[in-house]
Design a protein around this ligand. Sequence first.
Ligand code: SAH
Length: 252
Amino acid sequence: MVHFVGAGPGAVDLVTVRGMRMLEKADCIIYAGSLVNPELLAYAKKACEIHNSAEMTLEEVIAVMEKIEAFGGDTVRLHTGDASLYGAIREQMDLLDEKGIRYDDTPGVSSFCGAAAALRAEYTLPSVSQSVVITRMAGRTPVPGRESIAELAVHGATMVIFLSASLLDDVQAELLSGAYAADTPAAIVYKASWPEEKIVRCTVGTLAESARRAEITKTALILIGGFLEDRYERSKLYDPAFATGFRKAVKE
Ligand code: SAH
């Protein structure tokens, strides 16, 4: 059987307990070597066969899975963060379906959660934003026109931009053309949860320059929005005057 496992953002102890157990049992691990922390491979048993998918095509990955399946073995396909975001997991599942190979999926801590933790931030602050837009700049993989950063920026919602650290001049121009003011707060989080993590707080107008100064060109998330400021309203959930199914309102 094939087990897709989210490796988490980087730190070895941010893989889930279930994911770790699957790594311990695997006969083969195919890991996304460009971003997955190789220290996670220490969970593997001695006889485990290990492949780095950064050097492989989709067909080569599937061929390894088929080979392991042929003797009833378990393959862990280890993706960075959570595999449902920019993980190219669907095309693997579809090929496995065609071949009648069973699989399951163990979620991971996405890097956008790792970045919020690094910033000690909450993306959904009352009266600031209650939505998180997860997107990327078009690169070699195109982005549908109606989802351009300029279009999405119109909403003023919290924005998390993946896969775009090398395109920050364009990101900045799109954000500004899409209704964000130059002084809108922004942050760049490089390698969240890794020892070499870097956090740069800046504004939309200084995004590209700030990344250049910090020498960040990859493995970073760009975060935009008022959630990075100090103004917000308290939650209703923990408001003493607000009753919930679990708690009576306290009268003043
Ligand atoms: N599935 C992954 C994303 C894979 S796409 C997830 O859920 O996080 C790869 C992009 O993710 C990188 O270009 C970068 O934008 C982001 N990324 C992955 N790990 C990161 C980390 N530890 N810190 C900051 N950004 C990260």
